[in-house]
Design a protein around this ligand. Structure first.
Ligand code: ADP
Length: 483
Protein backbone atom coordinates (compact mmCIF):
# COMPACT_ATOMS: atom_id res chain seq x y z
CA UNK A 1 0.00 0.00 0.00
CA UNK A 2 1.31 3.46 -0.83
CA UNK A 3 0.52 6.28 1.53
CA UNK A 4 1.14 9.93 0.71
CA UNK A 5 2.13 11.53 4.00
CA UNK A 6 1.48 15.24 3.84
CA UNK A 7 2.50 17.56 6.63
CA UNK A 8 2.82 16.93 10.31
CA UNK A 9 0.22 18.28 12.63
CA UNK A 10 2.73 20.69 14.14
CA UNK A 11 3.26 22.52 10.87
CA UNK A 12 1.43 25.73 10.18
CA UNK A 13 2.60 25.96 6.61
CA UNK A 14 1.38 24.03 3.57
CA UNK A 15 3.81 22.03 1.43
CA UNK A 16 3.85 22.98 -2.23
CA UNK A 17 1.53 20.44 -3.82
CA UNK A 18 2.39 17.34 -5.73
CA UNK A 19 5.94 16.09 -5.35
CA UNK A 20 6.60 13.02 -3.26
CA UNK A 21 9.49 10.60 -2.80
CA UNK A 22 9.48 6.95 -1.74
CA UNK A 23 10.85 5.72 1.54
CA UNK A 24 12.04 2.14 1.33
CA UNK A 25 12.02 -0.94 3.58
CA UNK A 26 15.71 -1.95 3.76
CA UNK A 27 14.74 -5.60 4.33
CA UNK A 28 13.33 -5.87 0.82
CA UNK A 29 13.94 -2.67 -1.11
CA UNK A 30 10.17 -2.25 -1.40
CA UNK A 31 8.45 1.10 -1.00
CA UNK A 32 6.80 1.66 2.40
CA UNK A 33 5.23 5.04 1.65
CA UNK A 34 5.40 8.10 -0.54
CA UNK A 35 6.34 11.14 1.49
CA UNK A 36 5.71 14.79 0.63
CA UNK A 37 8.99 16.18 -0.70
CA UNK A 38 9.91 19.55 0.71
CA UNK A 39 12.03 21.88 -1.42
CA UNK A 40 13.44 25.37 -0.94
CA UNK A 41 9.98 26.94 -1.23
CA UNK A 42 8.74 24.71 1.58
CA UNK A 43 11.77 25.65 3.68
CA UNK A 44 10.79 29.32 3.15
CA UNK A 45 7.29 28.57 4.38
CA UNK A 46 8.52 26.53 7.33
CA UNK A 47 10.97 29.24 8.39
CA UNK A 48 8.23 31.87 8.07
CA UNK A 49 5.96 29.76 10.31
CA UNK A 50 8.75 29.29 12.85
CA UNK A 51 9.55 32.99 12.77
CA UNK A 52 5.92 33.93 13.39
CA UNK A 53 5.72 31.47 16.25
CA UNK A 54 8.89 32.92 17.74
CA UNK A 55 8.02 36.61 17.26
CA UNK A 56 4.32 36.47 18.04
CA UNK A 57 3.45 33.06 19.42
CA UNK A 58 3.12 31.88 22.99
CA UNK A 59 6.11 29.51 23.13
CA UNK A 60 8.96 31.91 24.02
CA UNK A 61 6.54 33.93 26.19
CA UNK A 62 4.97 31.22 28.32
CA UNK A 63 6.55 30.38 31.64
CA UNK A 64 9.48 28.01 31.54
CA UNK A 65 7.48 25.67 33.76
CA UNK A 66 4.71 25.50 31.13
CA UNK A 67 7.29 24.60 28.47
CA UNK A 68 8.69 22.00 30.82
CA UNK A 69 5.23 20.44 31.20
CA UNK A 70 4.67 20.19 27.43
CA UNK A 71 7.94 18.28 27.08
CA UNK A 72 7.03 16.01 30.01
CA UNK A 73 3.62 15.24 28.47
CA UNK A 74 5.40 14.47 25.21
CA UNK A 75 7.64 11.95 26.99
CA UNK A 76 4.53 10.30 28.48
CA UNK A 77 2.91 10.07 25.03
CA UNK A 78 6.06 8.51 23.58
CA UNK A 79 5.80 5.80 26.22
CA UNK A 80 2.09 5.29 25.57
CA UNK A 81 2.79 4.85 21.85
CA UNK A 82 6.12 3.08 22.27
CA UNK A 83 5.13 0.02 20.22
CA UNK A 84 4.12 2.01 17.13
CA UNK A 85 7.13 4.34 17.39
CA UNK A 86 9.58 1.43 17.69
CA UNK A 87 7.98 -0.52 14.84
CA UNK A 88 8.04 2.51 12.55
CA UNK A 89 11.72 3.06 13.30
CA UNK A 90 12.63 -0.54 12.57
CA UNK A 91 10.51 -0.62 9.40
CA UNK A 92 12.03 2.53 7.92
CA UNK A 93 15.59 2.08 9.16
CA UNK A 94 16.23 -1.68 9.42
CA UNK A 95 17.60 -1.62 13.00
CA UNK A 96 16.43 -4.43 15.24
CA UNK A 97 13.15 -4.03 17.05
CA UNK A 98 14.96 -5.06 20.23
CA UNK A 99 17.14 -1.98 19.85
CA UNK A 100 14.33 0.40 18.79
CA UNK A 101 11.97 -0.72 21.55
CA UNK A 102 14.53 -1.53 24.24
CA UNK A 103 16.91 1.39 23.84
CA UNK A 104 15.99 4.12 21.42
CA UNK A 105 12.38 4.85 22.31
CA UNK A 106 13.22 4.90 26.05
CA UNK A 107 16.22 7.14 25.31
CA UNK A 108 14.00 9.53 23.35
CA UNK A 109 11.63 9.81 26.33
CA UNK A 110 14.54 10.13 28.75
CA UNK A 111 16.21 12.87 26.73
CA UNK A 112 12.95 14.83 26.55
CA UNK A 113 12.50 14.57 30.31
CA UNK A 114 16.11 15.62 30.83
CA UNK A 115 15.59 18.82 28.83
CA UNK A 116 12.14 19.38 30.33
CA UNK A 117 14.00 19.47 33.64
CA UNK A 118 16.32 22.20 32.35
CA UNK A 119 13.56 24.45 30.97
CA UNK A 120 12.97 26.28 34.26
CA UNK A 121 16.58 26.19 35.42
CA UNK A 122 18.08 28.32 32.70
CA UNK A 123 19.07 31.67 34.15
CA UNK A 124 21.70 34.32 33.82
CA UNK A 125 24.17 35.98 36.16
CA UNK A 126 24.86 39.19 37.94
CA UNK A 127 28.45 40.28 37.32
CA UNK A 128 30.32 42.49 39.83
CA UNK A 129 31.10 45.68 37.91
CA UNK A 130 34.15 47.91 38.47
CA UNK A 131 32.06 51.04 38.79
CA UNK A 132 28.65 51.82 40.29
CA UNK A 133 26.78 49.67 37.80
CA UNK A 134 24.43 46.77 38.06
CA UNK A 135 25.52 44.33 35.34
CA UNK A 136 23.21 41.47 34.47
CA UNK A 137 23.75 38.72 31.94
CA UNK A 138 20.52 37.41 30.40
CA UNK A 139 20.27 34.11 28.55
CA UNK A 140 17.66 34.37 25.79
CA UNK A 141 16.52 31.89 23.14
CA UNK A 142 18.45 32.32 19.92
CA UNK A 143 15.33 32.36 17.70
CA UNK A 144 14.60 30.03 14.77
CA UNK A 145 16.81 26.95 14.88
CA UNK A 146 17.44 25.00 11.67
CA UNK A 147 18.30 21.35 12.32
CA UNK A 148 19.39 18.64 9.89
CA UNK A 149 19.54 15.03 11.02
CA UNK A 150 20.84 11.77 9.50
CA UNK A 151 19.23 8.35 9.02
CA UNK A 152 21.22 6.15 11.41
CA UNK A 153 19.42 7.17 14.64
CA UNK A 154 16.36 9.15 13.50
CA UNK A 155 14.64 9.23 16.90
CA UNK A 156 17.73 9.92 19.00
CA UNK A 157 18.83 12.65 16.64
CA UNK A 158 15.35 14.15 16.92
CA UNK A 159 15.72 14.11 20.72
CA UNK A 160 19.23 15.57 20.82
CA UNK A 161 18.26 18.41 18.47
CA UNK A 162 14.67 19.26 19.36
CA UNK A 163 14.94 18.70 23.15
CA UNK A 164 17.43 21.47 24.03
CA UNK A 165 16.12 23.86 21.35
CA UNK A 166 12.57 23.74 22.72
CA UNK A 167 13.61 23.76 26.37
CA UNK A 168 15.36 27.09 25.74
CA UNK A 169 12.25 28.58 24.12
CA UNK A 170 13.28 28.48 20.45
CA UNK A 171 11.24 27.49 17.43
CA UNK A 172 12.53 24.87 15.01
CA UNK A 173 12.64 23.77 11.38
CA UNK A 174 13.84 20.16 11.31
CA UNK A 175 14.94 18.52 8.04
CA UNK A 176 14.96 14.74 8.38
CA UNK A 177 17.07 12.38 6.29
CA UNK A 178 15.48 11.30 3.01
CA UNK A 179 16.06 7.63 3.90
CA UNK A 180 14.11 7.79 7.18
CA UNK A 181 11.38 10.42 7.25
CA UNK A 182 8.67 8.46 9.07
CA UNK A 183 9.39 8.31 12.80
CA UNK A 184 9.98 12.08 13.16
CA UNK A 185 6.64 12.81 11.45
CA UNK A 186 4.89 10.51 13.88
CA UNK A 187 6.52 11.77 17.08
CA UNK A 188 6.07 15.39 15.94
CA UNK A 189 2.33 14.76 15.90
CA UNK A 190 2.62 13.45 19.50
CA UNK A 191 4.45 16.62 20.49
CA UNK A 192 1.55 18.63 19.07
CA UNK A 193 -0.84 16.45 21.05
CA UNK A 194 1.22 17.23 24.15
CA UNK A 195 0.39 20.91 23.71
CA UNK A 196 3.17 22.35 21.55
CA UNK A 197 1.74 25.49 19.91
CA UNK A 198 1.46 25.71 16.12
CA UNK A 199 4.56 26.68 14.20
CA UNK A 200 7.01 25.85 16.99
CA UNK A 201 8.25 22.65 15.38
CA UNK A 202 8.13 22.32 11.59
CA UNK A 203 9.30 19.02 10.14
CA UNK A 204 10.32 19.03 6.49
CA UNK A 205 10.98 15.73 4.72
CA UNK A 206 13.26 16.14 1.74
CA UNK A 207 16.70 15.88 0.21
CA UNK A 208 19.99 17.43 1.26
CA UNK A 209 21.04 19.47 -1.77
CA UNK A 210 17.54 20.99 -2.06
CA UNK A 211 15.70 21.32 1.26
CA UNK A 212 18.83 20.88 3.41
CA UNK A 213 20.91 23.43 1.53
CA UNK A 214 18.02 25.91 1.53
CA UNK A 215 17.81 25.67 5.32
CA UNK A 216 21.57 26.23 5.69
CA UNK A 217 21.47 29.30 3.43
CA UNK A 218 18.30 30.81 4.83
CA UNK A 219 18.62 34.39 6.06
CA UNK A 220 15.78 33.83 8.52
CA UNK A 221 17.47 30.97 10.40
CA UNK A 222 19.32 32.11 13.52
CA UNK A 223 21.20 28.91 14.37
CA UNK A 224 22.01 25.67 12.60
CA UNK A 225 22.69 22.22 14.01
CA UNK A 226 23.79 19.42 11.70
CA UNK A 227 24.62 15.76 12.13
CA UNK A 228 25.98 13.83 9.17
CA UNK A 229 29.13 13.14 7.20
CA UNK A 230 32.22 15.34 7.41
CA UNK A 231 32.03 16.22 3.70
CA UNK A 232 28.45 17.45 4.00
CA UNK A 233 29.35 19.27 7.22
CA UNK A 234 31.89 21.32 5.27
CA UNK A 235 29.18 22.32 2.78
CA UNK A 236 26.79 23.20 5.60
CA UNK A 237 29.35 25.44 7.30
CA UNK A 238 30.14 27.19 4.05
CA UNK A 239 26.47 27.84 3.25
CA UNK A 240 25.92 29.22 6.75
CA UNK A 241 28.95 31.49 6.46
CA UNK A 242 28.02 32.78 3.00
CA UNK A 243 24.45 33.63 4.04
CA UNK A 244 23.99 35.24 7.45
CA UNK A 245 26.89 33.82 9.50
CA UNK A 246 24.47 31.82 11.61
CA UNK A 247 26.34 29.86 14.29
CA UNK A 248 26.68 26.18 13.46
CA UNK A 249 27.18 23.06 15.54
CA UNK A 250 28.37 20.00 13.65
CA UNK A 251 28.45 16.35 14.68
CA UNK A 252 30.35 14.54 11.94
CA UNK A 253 32.18 11.34 11.06
CA UNK A 254 34.77 9.28 12.88
CA UNK A 255 37.25 6.44 12.71
CA UNK A 256 37.39 5.72 16.40
CA UNK A 257 40.10 3.55 17.95
CA UNK A 258 39.18 0.77 20.37
CA UNK A 259 42.36 -0.12 22.28
CA UNK A 260 42.82 -3.49 23.95
CA UNK A 261 45.75 -3.56 26.40
CA UNK A 262 47.75 -6.70 27.24
CA UNK A 263 46.19 -7.07 30.72
CA UNK A 264 42.65 -7.28 29.33
CA UNK A 265 40.31 -10.21 29.89
CA UNK A 266 40.31 -11.32 26.25
CA UNK A 267 36.79 -12.77 26.17
CA UNK A 268 35.30 -9.57 27.55
CA UNK A 269 37.45 -7.42 25.27
CA UNK A 270 36.34 -9.39 22.22
CA UNK A 271 32.67 -8.96 23.11
CA UNK A 272 32.95 -5.24 23.77
CA UNK A 273 35.09 -4.56 20.69
CA UNK A 274 32.53 -6.52 18.64
CA UNK A 275 29.68 -4.43 20.03
CA UNK A 276 31.68 -1.21 19.51
CA UNK A 277 31.92 -1.79 15.78
CA UNK A 278 28.86 -3.89 14.84
CA UNK A 279 26.19 -2.06 16.86
CA UNK A 280 23.46 -0.59 14.63
CA UNK A 281 24.82 -2.50 11.60
CA UNK A 282 28.05 -0.55 12.01
CA UNK A 283 26.19 2.64 11.10
CA UNK A 284 27.46 4.78 13.98
CA UNK A 285 29.57 7.90 13.66
CA UNK A 286 31.39 6.77 16.83
CA UNK A 287 31.82 3.09 15.82
CA UNK A 288 35.02 1.66 17.29
CA UNK A 289 36.17 0.81 13.80
CA UNK A 290 39.93 0.59 14.37
CA UNK A 291 40.49 -2.25 16.82
CA UNK A 292 44.06 -1.86 18.18
CA UNK A 293 45.17 -4.99 20.04
CA UNK A 294 48.36 -5.45 22.09
CA UNK A 295 50.70 -8.01 20.53
CA UNK A 296 50.67 -10.21 23.68
CA UNK A 297 46.96 -10.95 23.33
CA UNK A 298 46.65 -10.40 19.59
CA UNK A 299 46.45 -13.98 18.29
CA UNK A 300 43.86 -15.08 20.84
CA UNK A 301 41.84 -11.89 20.30
CA UNK A 302 41.83 -12.32 16.53
CA UNK A 303 40.66 -15.96 16.67
CA UNK A 304 37.90 -15.16 19.13
CA UNK A 305 36.76 -12.05 17.21
CA UNK A 306 36.43 -14.15 14.08
CA UNK A 307 34.33 -16.73 15.96
CA UNK A 308 32.15 -14.01 17.51
CA UNK A 309 31.46 -12.35 14.15
CA UNK A 310 30.56 -15.69 12.57
CA UNK A 311 28.05 -16.28 15.35
CA UNK A 312 26.38 -12.90 14.90
CA UNK A 313 22.73 -13.43 13.96
CA UNK A 314 21.81 -11.52 10.80
CA UNK A 315 18.21 -11.40 9.63
CA UNK A 316 14.82 -9.74 9.71
CA UNK A 317 15.14 -7.02 12.38
CA UNK A 318 11.57 -7.66 13.55
CA UNK A 319 12.49 -11.24 14.58
CA UNK A 320 13.47 -12.07 18.13
CA UNK A 321 17.12 -12.95 18.63
CA UNK A 322 18.35 -11.14 15.51
CA UNK A 323 21.42 -8.99 16.24
CA UNK A 324 21.92 -7.36 12.85
CA UNK A 325 19.43 -6.12 10.28
CA UNK A 326 20.01 -4.72 6.80
CA UNK A 327 22.04 -1.62 5.92
CA UNK A 328 20.00 1.48 5.26
CA UNK A 329 19.94 1.48 1.45
CA UNK A 330 21.54 0.25 -1.74
CA UNK A 331 24.02 3.11 -1.91
CA UNK A 332 25.48 2.35 1.54
CA UNK A 333 25.34 -1.39 0.86
CA UNK A 334 27.43 -1.02 -2.31
CA UNK A 335 29.83 1.41 -0.67
CA UNK A 336 30.53 -1.01 2.18
CA UNK A 337 31.18 -3.87 -0.24
CA UNK A 338 33.64 -1.65 -2.13
CA UNK A 339 35.50 -1.04 1.14
CA UNK A 340 35.57 -4.77 1.80
CA UNK A 341 37.09 -5.33 -1.64
CA UNK A 342 39.68 -2.64 -0.98
CA UNK A 343 40.61 -4.42 2.29
CA UNK A 344 41.20 -7.65 0.37
CA UNK A 345 43.11 -5.86 -2.40
CA UNK A 346 45.38 -4.05 0.05
CA UNK A 347 46.45 -7.32 1.69
CA UNK A 348 44.56 -7.36 5.02
CA UNK A 349 43.57 -10.86 6.17
CA UNK A 350 39.84 -11.47 5.66
CA UNK A 351 38.77 -13.73 8.54
CA UNK A 352 34.99 -13.61 8.39
CA UNK A 353 32.23 -12.36 6.10
CA UNK A 354 33.16 -10.23 3.11
CA UNK A 355 29.96 -10.53 1.11
CA UNK A 356 26.27 -9.78 1.12
CA UNK A 357 24.04 -11.92 3.34
CA UNK A 358 21.09 -13.53 1.57
CA UNK A 359 19.91 -12.39 -1.84
CA UNK A 360 17.28 -9.81 -0.99
CA UNK A 361 17.45 -6.45 0.77
CA UNK A 362 20.64 -4.76 1.97
CA UNK A 363 22.11 -7.33 4.37
CA UNK A 364 25.90 -7.68 4.75
CA UNK A 365 27.80 -10.46 6.49
CA UNK A 366 29.63 -9.42 9.67
CA UNK A 367 33.14 -8.93 8.33
CA UNK A 368 36.48 -9.08 10.15
CA UNK A 369 39.90 -8.08 8.81
CA UNK A 370 43.09 -8.73 10.77
CA UNK A 371 46.73 -7.72 10.15
CA UNK A 372 45.60 -4.35 8.83
CA UNK A 373 48.10 -1.51 8.39
CA UNK A 374 47.45 2.12 9.31
CA UNK A 375 47.71 3.36 5.73
CA UNK A 376 45.08 1.00 4.33
CA UNK A 377 41.78 2.60 3.31
CA UNK A 378 39.85 0.30 5.67
CA UNK A 379 41.95 1.66 8.57
CA UNK A 380 41.66 5.31 7.59
CA UNK A 381 38.20 5.94 6.14
CA UNK A 382 34.77 5.70 7.69
CA UNK A 383 33.10 2.55 6.32
CA UNK A 384 29.80 2.93 8.19
CA UNK A 385 29.11 -0.78 8.01
CA UNK A 386 29.63 -4.12 9.80
CA UNK A 387 33.37 -4.31 9.14
CA UNK A 388 35.96 -4.74 11.89
CA UNK A 389 39.57 -3.81 11.17
CA UNK A 390 42.10 -5.24 13.65
CA UNK A 391 45.58 -3.74 14.01
CA UNK A 392 48.48 -4.91 16.21
CA UNK A 393 50.50 -2.67 18.53
CA UNK A 394 53.26 -3.20 21.08
CA UNK A 395 53.36 -0.19 23.47
CA UNK A 396 51.29 2.62 24.97
CA UNK A 397 53.21 5.49 23.37
CA UNK A 398 52.98 3.76 20.00
CA UNK A 399 49.23 3.20 20.18
CA UNK A 400 48.61 6.79 21.32
CA UNK A 401 50.53 8.09 18.31
CA UNK A 402 48.76 5.77 15.87
CA UNK A 403 45.29 6.29 17.35
CA UNK A 404 45.70 10.05 17.10
CA UNK A 405 47.03 9.92 13.53
CA UNK A 406 43.59 10.63 12.05
CA UNK A 407 41.72 13.72 10.90
CA UNK A 408 38.84 12.44 12.97
CA UNK A 409 38.53 12.68 16.76
CA UNK A 410 35.07 11.62 17.79
CA UNK A 411 35.47 8.80 20.32
CA UNK A 412 37.73 6.02 21.61
CA UNK A 413 37.44 2.86 23.64
CA UNK A 414 40.07 1.69 26.13
CA UNK A 415 40.01 -1.82 27.55
CA UNK A 416 42.38 -2.50 30.43
CA UNK A 417 42.57 -3.45 34.11
CA UNK A 418 45.22 -0.82 34.77
CA UNK A 419 44.05 2.48 36.18
CA UNK A 420 47.34 4.01 35.07
CA UNK A 421 46.91 2.91 31.45
CA UNK A 422 43.28 4.06 31.46
CA UNK A 423 44.26 7.49 32.80
CA UNK A 424 47.20 7.89 30.44
CA UNK A 425 45.18 6.93 27.39
CA UNK A 426 42.10 8.98 28.36
CA UNK A 427 44.16 12.12 28.58
CA UNK A 428 46.33 11.51 25.54
CA UNK A 429 43.62 10.60 23.04
CA UNK A 430 42.41 13.63 21.04
CA UNK A 431 38.72 12.70 20.98
CA UNK A 432 35.43 13.98 22.38
CA UNK A 433 34.52 10.82 24.33
CA UNK A 434 36.66 8.07 25.87
CA UNK A 435 34.78 5.00 27.01
CA UNK A 436 36.90 2.99 29.47
CA UNK A 437 35.85 -0.66 29.75
CA UNK A 438 32.50 0.21 28.19
CA UNK A 439 31.26 1.62 24.88
CA UNK A 440 28.30 3.54 23.45
CA UNK A 441 27.05 4.87 26.78
CA UNK A 442 24.80 7.76 25.77
CA UNK A 443 23.10 9.21 28.84
CA UNK A 444 21.25 12.45 28.11
CA UNK A 445 23.49 14.39 30.51
CA UNK A 446 26.83 13.29 29.01
CA UNK A 447 28.16 15.68 26.35
CA UNK A 448 28.86 14.27 22.90
CA UNK A 449 30.84 15.70 19.99
CA UNK A 450 34.13 15.64 18.21
CA UNK A 451 37.65 16.99 18.14
CA UNK A 452 39.26 17.82 14.79
CA UNK A 453 37.15 17.02 11.70
CA UNK A 454 34.60 15.09 13.75
CA UNK A 455 32.72 18.20 14.69
CA UNK A 456 32.20 21.59 16.19
CA UNK A 457 30.53 22.01 19.58
CA UNK A 458 28.80 19.53 21.85
CA UNK A 459 25.33 18.05 22.07
CA UNK A 460 23.51 16.62 25.10
CA UNK A 461 23.89 17.66 28.70
CA UNK A 462 24.15 21.23 29.85
CA UNK A 463 26.50 21.89 26.92
CA UNK A 464 23.69 21.66 24.34
CA UNK A 465 21.79 24.50 26.02
CA UNK A 466 24.59 26.89 25.12
CA UNK A 467 23.95 26.17 21.44
CA UNK A 468 20.42 27.50 21.70
CA UNK A 469 20.90 30.58 23.88
CA UNK A 470 22.00 34.13 23.18
CA UNK A 471 23.90 36.01 25.87
CA UNK A 472 22.82 39.58 26.55
CA UNK A 473 24.52 42.01 28.92
CA UNK A 474 22.28 44.63 30.53
CA UNK A 475 24.09 47.39 32.44
CA UNK A 476 22.36 50.04 34.59
CA UNK A 477 23.77 52.64 36.98
CA UNK A 478 23.04 51.77 40.56
CA UNK A 479 22.16 55.33 41.62
CA UNK A 480 19.82 56.51 38.87
CA UNK A 481 20.98 58.16 35.63
CA UNK A 482 24.73 58.14 34.94
CA UNK A 483 24.80 61.55 33.21
P1 ADP B 1 25.00 10.30 4.37
O1 ADP B 1 25.98 10.41 3.25
O2 ADP B 1 25.34 9.29 5.37
O3 ADP B 1 23.54 10.23 3.94
P2 ADP B 1 24.89 13.12 4.79
O4 ADP B 1 25.82 13.94 5.61
O5 ADP B 1 24.92 13.36 3.32
O6 ADP B 1 25.16 11.64 5.20
O7 ADP B 1 23.38 13.33 5.31
C1 ADP B 1 23.01 13.76 6.57
C2 ADP B 1 21.91 14.78 6.43
O8 ADP B 1 22.41 15.87 5.68
C3 ADP B 1 20.66 14.30 5.68
O9 ADP B 1 19.51 14.87 6.28
C4 ADP B 1 20.87 14.86 4.29
O10 ADP B 1 19.67 15.05 3.57
C5 ADP B 1 21.52 16.18 4.62
N1 ADP B 1 22.31 16.76 3.50
C6 ADP B 1 22.96 16.12 2.50
N2 ADP B 1 23.53 16.99 1.66
C7 ADP B 1 23.26 18.23 2.14
C8 ADP B 1 23.55 19.57 1.69
N3 ADP B 1 24.26 19.80 0.60
N4 ADP B 1 23.11 20.59 2.45
C9 ADP B 1 22.40 20.38 3.57
N5 ADP B 1 22.07 19.15 4.02
C10 ADP B 1 22.48 18.09 3.32
Amino acid sequence: MLIAFRVTATCTFQFSPGRTFPTVDPRTGEVIALVAEGDSEDIDRAVAAARRAFDEGPWPRMTAYERCRVLLRFADLIEQHADEVAALETWDNGKTLTQSAGAEVPMLARCMRYYAGWADKIHGLVVPADGAHHAQVLHEPVGVAGQIIPWNFPLLMFAWKVGPALACGNTVVLKTAEQTPLSALYVASLLHEAGLPDGVLNVVSGFGPTAGAALCSHMGVDKLAFTGSTGTGQIVLELAARSNLKPVTLELGGKSPFIVMDDADVDQAVELAHHAVFFNQGQCCCAGSRTFVHERVYDEFVEKSKARAMKRVVGDPFRNGVEQGPQIDEEQFKKILRYVQSGVDSGATLLAGGDRAGNRGFYIQPTVFADAKDDMKIAREEIFGPVQTILKFSGVEEVIRRANASHYGLAAGVFTRSLGAANTLSRALRVGTVWVNCYDVFDAGIPFGGYKMSGVGREKGVYALRNYLQTKAVVTPIRGAAW
